[in-house]
Design a protein around this ligand. Structure first.
Ligand code: NAP
Length: 496
């Protein structure tokens, strides 16, 4: 039988929101599924004083509040693998004790010296932790060493590079796992499979047959308690630099010669290198920023009235843009992206619009030709829908649009696995395909930095410019209208 990965996970930020809501439940699921066996252990690290018993109780409570039907026997044996270490990450002295504890756990659970360091903490600590891990000897281990870094990875290219240089002084590139949550999603991973395993799509996947591609990631919530962080970041840095550009890369890349991490990443990098470098004028034309106002009933506050947000904030909570990829396959095909908060639906969807057939023989109501669309539903529903035209019953020359659906969750009969569960398991197995390489991070920042520099130097006079509960500012519609396109109403594109 293939050996399950043995590893010690040292979790920095063990009492935080991410650890409680996502990481403990994901580890527990991996444990109950037998993907991690008895040869695993976790050392939770944070400043507050906790005994091991209190820490284990917290873990149980987090799991029970996220997962139904937790069995006592499972959870009791699961938490015996956890120990707590009270530690301020800026204090070098505490790392010696952490090292001793790691060595003990290594022996007790037979972990072969394999170590994962998960930095579930504010990004300003990433550099200092990795440097101490090296200087205090924690990375000096007989097995593998890997570090998992949460987003955001820098604030722009310059800060990302500084951070990367610090991390690289302790870890090799192939030991660094930069999380992009979207890459853990089942249907994002499915983009490659849909493209490269269907004779129906791949031959058409180019500028001869595709008119445009639209990627929308909309949220209904506002900034909630994240005002302090968000006001310095905005939708462009928070969503476009990472998630949106990763989806563009997966949709546009050439078929890799094999499914290895290196081959897939190098194809994605080639796409990011082909993103058109716009002039300042083109950026102003092709990228639209928005900031939410109150809703129509006046129940929700405007962005500028949110806690810890500047009263005259120039930060965008919405971005729409037209991305052009200057290569042979995609010349002339716009990739439209839009993402924002307080929109009318919580949804991430990709719409691939195929070109119209050369001549329409059939009468269609409103004289509108219904183009073929392939909709990839990323979240909350997962699946694909193909929009086709068929004969309208009883009519000789009239057509009607129909939708063929595949629902991922329905087919599996259970909820799709939590993204974190897959990502943690990937790191344990050393599979970095669904994490971002430094080259991808660097190219995406360079692309986004050009836009943010212009936006930061020009105040948007229109802000706030979209009502909470709408699909964004009018200018975003005009962006597509200029090309004779429309945003497809993805809020109505649920899988029936
Ligand atoms: P959080 O709730 O504020 O937790 C921060 C953790 O860091 C706590 O355990 C805190 O515990 C510990 N900590 C703070 N200062 C410390 C220090 N000097 N030394 C040791 N421990 C220290 O933050 P979070 O929401 O979990 O987010 C963690 C990271 O994940 C961030 O980078 C965030 O951007 C990213 N992230 C979070 C989510 C999410 O769903 N929450 C989603 C995506 C990405 P003590 O106060 O006891 O020290």
């Amino acid at each position: 039988m293939k050996k399950r990965p043995a590893s010690l996970l040292i979790l920095f930020g063990a009492t935080g929101d991410l650890a409680n809501r996502k990481l403990y439940p994901s580890l527990y699921r991996l444990y109950t599924k037998g993907k991690i066996t008895e040869n695993f252990a976790v050392i939770g690290v944070a400043r507050r004083e906790l005994t091991d018993e209190q820490y284990q109780l917290n873990i149980k409570q987090s799991i029970v509040s996220e997962i139904n039907n937790v069995k006592d026997c499972d959870i009791n044996s699961f938490v015996t693998h956890f120990k707590y270490h009270s530690h301020d990450v800026s204090d070098s002295a505490s790392y010696a004790e952490l090292k001793k504890l790691a060595e003990q756990m290594d022996q007790t659970f037979e972990l072969e010296g394999n170590r994962l360091f998960y930095l579930a903490m504010a990004p300003e600590f990433f550099g200092i932790i990795t440097q101490f891990l090296k200087s205090e000897g924690l990375t000096d281990t007989a097995g593998y060493k890997r570090v998992i870094i949460e987003k955001p990875f820098g604030h722009n290219f310059e800060t990302a590079k500084k951070l990367n240089d610090m991390i690289r002084s302790a870890f090799e590139e192939e030991e660094i796992y930069r999380i992009d949550h979207y890459l853990g999603k089942e249907m994002v991973q499915n983009i490659e499979v849909i493209r490269f395993s269907n004779a129906l799509f791949e031959p058409l996947w180019n500028n001869r047959y595709i008119s445009n591609i639209q990627i929308t990631s909309s949220e209904t919530l506002g900034v909630e308690e994240r005002g302090r962080y968000y006001d310095k970041s905005g939708a462009l840095r928070d969503m476009v630099q990472n998630h949106m550009l990763q989806m563009v890369a997966l949709l546009a890349m050439e078929p890799p010669i094999s499914l290895t991490t290196e081959e897939i990443r190098s194809e994605k990098v080639r796409v990011l290198r082909s993103l058109r470098k716009y002039t300042d004028k083109e950026i102003q034309q092709y990228f639209i920023r928005g900031q939410y106002d109150r809703d129509e009933e006046n129940l929700l506050s405007a962005y500028r009235d949110e806690p810890m947000v500047e009263k005259d904030s120039n930060t965008g909570t919405y971005v729409a843009g037209k991305i052009m990829i200057d290569n042979f396959r995609w010349a002339g095909v716009p990739f439209y992206i839009r993402t924002g908060k307080r929109m009318s639906a919580k949804s991430t969807k990709i719409v691939v619009q195929f070109k119209d057939i050369p001549m329409n023989l059939y009468y269609q109501p409103k004289e509108v030709l219904n183009p073929n669309l392939l909709v990839i539903h990323i979240q909350p529903d997962e699946g694909i829908t193909l929009h086709l035209n068929v004969k309208k019953s009883g009519q000789k020359e009239e057509t009607k649009p129909i939708h063929l659906h595949f629902s991922n969750s329905n087919v599996n009969g259970i909820n799709t696995p939590e993204a974190y569960e897959m990502l943690i398991y990937d790191v344990m197995r050393g599979d970095a395909t669904n994490f971002t390489h430094w080259e991808e991070v660097a190219l995406s920042w360079k692309f986004v930095d050009r836009i943010s520099q212009i936006w930061e130097n020009t105040r948007e006079q229109d802000f706030p410019n979209y009502v909470s509960g709408s699909m964004g500012p009018k200018k975003a519609d005009e962006l597509l209208e200029r090309d004779n396109h429309i945003w497809w109403p993805i809020e109505q594109f649920e899988i029936e």
